[in-house]
Structure formats: structure tokens, C-alpha cells
Write a protein that binds this ligand. Structure first.
Ligand SMILES: [Mg+2]
Length: 395
């Protein structure tokens, strides 16, 4: 049945950097690096292809990027513009299929199954999309075509920059076989290192194992790794309307840390970010879950309900930090920390508490004032509470 699906993965090339080059054409053809000012703990969120020639890539500390490319142009980013360009791209894609899933600001899956040949063959559609997006937004995109989201995503990754690649039905496993394991979406640097330790270097090496052996070695992810290594993926393209179940943010530290103050500050930033998303969708959350991955890769979560559903940073953070402190009792270095807000409901159904209503209203006005500033100038512009410490470090 999968061989009958036609999925496109449309991915903007060096998205934030490309937008900066469109907004300021004098940056065209130059090494543009988006993310902080090249000092402190900030990391690169996007690098133009000109910058990538110097070995710069996203998630690299900006300080390192500056060493690699001292004449690079470092910009903080224009976040309102990114969602605007993303939205315009979405509107173009809607002309080609009603079934679109946006997985981030700059990548989209389209299900063309059942769209007939109105717009041509999948490759012709990919070409039309690429051309139209460029004509209407100037953004360079790459398109992958395949029988599943996984295959289409691997194809677009290989097509970059500014290319189109189709992996034909039936040829998925053969196409995947020689690829290094890190080309498989979801296999990050550390997972790749683990696989290498077991002498699994290519996706073909993984596919040659049995799902049972992989399960023994890698736990419950083993069998799905085995399937995915052969290009098998039946996940549907899910349009992102419909009620959302949770809002999560997490981050991995460049170096594992035990510094509770730093961990709290990062948790505050993550909570602030998630709460902003919550407010922009007009929702309140009842449950706060904190996730910690220790340096031994053990991952644990701790959840607690807030006394009454809320969308305010400090109320959510109060619960989050209490859960974090609990998880830190293990006294082991932390490599990843995350927060998730769940049990969501529309704001209006929230039960008001009579006595602190005026304070609440004041806090809400403060929060939404901060949101407006952040939407306009980017999330780094202003920060309250413990995250101020992080801001200072970045300066
Ligand atoms: Mg991209």
C-alpha cells in the first residue's frame, strides 16, 4: 500500500539565512550566520551556504563559528519575518495539495496521493513548487519525492541545496543501503556514535541485522530503526490543524552540566517559550512535565498539575522548577532538559479565582506585552526571571 503513496518533502535551504539575504540584498553571496553575536553560549541557528564552506553549521556555538569565519556577517535574526515567509510558502503549497503537514517553519510534507495528474508527474510538481516559491518569495527550496515521509525527507536532504530528488517506489532499501547512518532522520551525532561502536556504519549494515538483535541492543527503538533503515515508514501526513495536545521545548547542552542555577535558567527560558506559544494559541495548561536526560542517557520525566490551569510564565515555571530540583537529586550531569505543557484547554473555560483576579490580569498584561516585543524583535530581546542570567552570559 505504501508504494502507492506519493509524498513530497519541501525544505527551504538555510532558511533563516536566506530570509536575511532577501531582507537585505547586500548580504547575498556572503557568509551570513544567524544566531547571537558570536560570544557567550549562543549557537548558530542557520548559516548561509557561503558560510557553510567554512565548516559552519547550525547548532555550532557562535563563538566557534566566528573563529572559523572571522569576516562572517553575524545577525541576531528577524523572527517575525521567518514566520511570515513560512506562511507565504504554505499558501503556495496549498495550491498543489490539500494535505500539508508543517513540521517546522521551513519544512513541509505534501501528500499527493489521490491528487491525480492535474499538476503533472511528481517530479513536474516538485519543479513547479520550487519555481513558484522562488518567484514569489525568492526563497531557495529543495524537494524530495518518495513513497513515505521518511523517504521524501532523506531525498530532500540529499538534493540540497536547491535541488530535486525522487527515490522511486521499490528502490528505497537499495537507495538507503550505502548511506551513512547519520543520514537517517532521528539519528543524531550521539546515536550515530553508538551505532558505530557496534560497527554499524551504513543503513545497509543496520538493515542486515535482525529486529530482535537491534531490540536487545537498543531497546524499543531497535525494531523501528531496522524498518526505517530500509526506508519503511507508514506515518501519515497530518495537517496541523485540530486541537493540540501539548507544547514542548527542549534543548541539549553543548557540555553536560550539573550547575543547578544554569539548569534553572535554561528551564525558565524553555518555559517562557512554551508559555508564549500557549498564549498565542489562546490556551491554558493544567500539567507541567519536566524531562531530563542525564549524561548516561537515562531519560526521566516528572510531572505535576498546577493548582489552576494557567498560561503565565511564572506559575508554570514555579511547578517546573520544583520538578527539576527533584530530578536533580540524582546528582548526575545533565545533557538535555525539556519542558512540556499538557492537558490544554481554551483560555475561556478556565475557572477564575475571585481574589487574585486583578493580579492575574496585571500579570497577563505583562506577559502579552512581553510577547509583543518578542514577536517583533525575536525571543532574545527580553527576558524576566532567572533567564536574565543567561542573557547576561551571552553579552
Ligand atoms: Mg531547511
Amino acid at each position: 500500500m505504501d508504494s502507492e503513496r506519493t509524498i513530497l518533502h519541501v525544505d527551504m535551504d538555510a532558511f533563516f539565512a536566506s530570509v536575511e539575504q532577501i531582507l537585505d540584498p547586500t548580504l547575498k553571496g556572503k557568509p551570513v550566520i544567524v544566531g547571537g553575536d558570536g560570544t557567550g553560549r549562543s549557537v548558530v541557528s542557520a548559516a548561509s551556504y557561503e558560510a557553510r564552506r567554512y565548516g559552519i553549521h547550525s547548532a555550532m556555538p557562535t563563538a566557534q563559528a566566528r573563529r572559523l569565519c572571522p569576516h562572517g556577517i553575524f545577525v541576531r535574526g528577524t523572527h517575525g519575518a521567518y514566520s511570515d515567509f513560512s506562511h507565504r510558502t504554505y499558501e503556495i503549497l496549498e495550491r498543489f495539495s490539500p494535505l500539508i503537514e508543517r513540521t517546522s517553519l521551513d519544512d513541509f510534507y505534501l501528500d499527493l496521493t489521490g491528487c491525480g495528474r492535474l499538476h503533472g508527474t511528481p517530479i513536474e510538481i516538485a519543479e513547479k513548487i520550487k519555481r513558484t516559491v522562488f518567484e514569489e518569495t525568492q526563497l531557495p527550496v529543495s524537494v524530495g519525492v518518495g513513497t513515505s515521509k521518511l523517504v521524501a525527507k532523506v531525498a530532500s536532504g540529499l538534493a540540497k541545496p536547491s535541488g530535486i530528488l525522487q527515490i522511486f517506489p521499490g528502490s528505497e532499501a537499495g537507495f538507503f543501503r550505502p548511506l551513512p547512518v547519520k543520514k537517517l532522520p532521528g539519528v543524531g551525532k550521539s546515536a550515530a556514535e553508538t551505532l558505530h561502536r557496534f560497527n554499524l556504519k551504513t543503513l545497509g549494515d543496520v538493515a542486515a541485522m535482525t529486529p530482535e538483535v537491534l531490540e536487545k541492543t537498543f531497546g524499543s527503538h531497535g525494531p523501528s530503526l531496522w524498518r526505517r533503515a530500509q526506508g519503511i515508514d507508514s506515518s501519515p501526513v497530518t495537517p496541523d490543524h485540530g486541537p493540540r495536545k501539548s507544547i514542548s521545548r527542549d534543548t541539549t547542552f553543548s557540555e553536560d552540566t550539573l550547575d543547578a542555577e544554569e539548569l534553572r535558567a535554561v528551564l525558565y527560558s524553555l518555559t517562557e517559550y512554551a508559555a508564549r506559544q500557549l498564549r498565542s494559541e489562546g490556551m491554558v495548561a493544567r500539567t507541567v512535565t519536566v524531562k531530563v536526560r542525564y549524561s548516561d542517557f537515562k531519560t526521566v520525566t516528572a510531572a505535576r498539575k498546577v493548582s489552576s490551569p494557567t498560561d503565565m510564565d511564572h506559575c508554570l515555571y514555579e511547578v517546573a522548577v520544583e520538578r527539576l530540583d527533584y530530578l536533580l537529586l540524582r546528582r548526575m550531569r545533565v545533557r538535555l532538559i525539556g519542558v512540556s505543557l499538557s492537558n490544554l484547554a481554551p483560555r475561556d473555560t478556565r475557572q477564575g479565582e475571585l481574589f487574585d483576579a486583578p493580579t492575574r490580569e496585571k500579570q497577563r498584561r505583562l506577559c502579552s506585552g512581553l510577547d509583543r516585543l518578542r514577536n517583533r524583535f525575536g525571543p532574545g530581546i527580553i527576558s524576566a526571571g532567572p533567564a536574565v542570567r543567561l542573557q547576561k552570559q551571552r553579552l
